[in-house]
Design a protein around this ligand. Structure first.
Ligand code: FMN
Length: 320
């Protein structure tokens, strides 16, 4: 798995140009590599490092109906092969997103998926309705890992019934392709995948962060002001690959796989497990070009193995 461009021109390869394009729930990605929500801002923040036209798609930072300030600091803590974050879904709100962020994103020939969330089903429906006819929005990714404030604070995405009810309401509020982003903090992720399918979602994203905690033993305080946070990065990758594999066997919806992807080889693990596309998250903080390295590495792999289309790899893990 090498990334150098010169090696892409493998003279022995039986194919001239591998086809990396993906049709995902009616959205065309020119390659299967997207940015994971919350780790790439609204694209502009990374534009000095990455030609956004070369990405398969951009999943932007979560957007809510009203602006949210987020949690107090410290909000990030590095852990072995990963990080804990408790940003608290800070964002400027949907109106500012539409007026200030979308005009920039529309300049690129890259699919834009808007990640949405709320603290009540009304808030979810409100933000989704507002985005429904906004030019340049290709689809919506619904982050269901938010506490349902009205129902005592349990996350929508850890209760199958609440997941189904929320996604059914959101479905009625938009014609855009809907991608449900599933939480890994559940016993059986496939129950939630079925609930999303039954509610009318067109695709799935998995996984979101795993709930974690770290403690400073000297002052006996949690490392994060919020006490707990979401664990991401390579530490969670085997959990994520397993969940994608289980989900791909359980439902026929297309999947965006994510969780600890750093290299093309990591991304290919997800694709072999059944993901049609992948998203790179925490790796962007270490290497801002990580997404493009992954695209080039996948293309290199396809040349080396004479694979005509990335679609030929999806779900092709050889299990007994
Ligand atoms: C700092 C940070 C902010 C995030 N913000 C969001 C968000 O707004 N909405 C969302 O659905 N997921 C969010 N995520 C989760 C990521 O999109 C991704 O699902 C998760 O981090 C696993 O991928 P990774 O290990 O490659 O980072 C965030 C993750 C991080 C690290």
């Amino acid at each position: 798995m090498r990334n150098k461009k010169s090696e892409l021109r493998n003279p022995k390869s039986e194919i001239r140009k591998p086809d990396l394009s993906v049709d995902f729930a009616g959205i065309r990605f020119k390659n299967p590599v997207l940015t994971a929500s919350g780790t790439f801002g609204y694209g502009e923040e990374y534009a000095d490092f990455v030609d956004l036209n070369k990405l398969g798609g951009l999943i932007v930072k979560g957007v809510s109906l009203k602006p949210i300030k987020g949690n107090p600091a410290p909000r990030i803590w590095e852990t072995p092969s990963g990080m804990l974050n408790a940003i608290g879904l800070e964002n400027p709100g949907v109106e500012v997103f539409i007026k200030k962020k979308m005009p920039y994103l529309r300049k690129f020939d890259t699919a834009v998926i808007v990640n949405v969330f709320g603290y009540s089903s009304e808030e979810y429906v409100g933000v989704v309705e507002r985005l429904d006819n906004v030019p340049g929005v290709s689809g919506l990714e619904v982050n269901i890992s938010c506490p349902n404030v009205k129902a005592g604070g349990m996350a929508f995405g850890t209760d199958v019934k609440a997941t189904f009810e929320l996604l059914s309401l959101v479905r009625k509020a938009t014609k855009l392709p809907l991608i449900a982003k599933l939480s890994p903090n559940v016993t059986d992720v496939t129950e939630f995948a079925r609930a999303a399918r039954d509610a009318g979602c067109n695709g799935l994203s998995l996984i979101n962060t795993l709930l974690g905690m770290a403690i400073d033993v000297t002052c006996r305080k949690p490392r994060l002001a919020n006490c707990t946070g979401g664990l991401s990065g390579p530490a969670i990758r085997p959990v994520a690959v397993r969940m994608v594999w289980q989900t791909a066997k359980a439902v026929s919806l297309p999947i965006i796989g994510m969780g600890g992807i750093v290299t093309a080889e990591d991304a290919l693990e997800f694709i072999l497990a059944g993901a049609s596309a992948v998203a790179v998250g925490t790796a962007n903080f270490v290497n801002p070009r990580a997404t493009l390295d992954v695209v080039e590495g996948i293309e290199s792999f396809m040349f080396e193995q004479s694979i005509p289309s990335i679609r030929d790899v999806v779900g092709k893990v050889a299990t007994a």
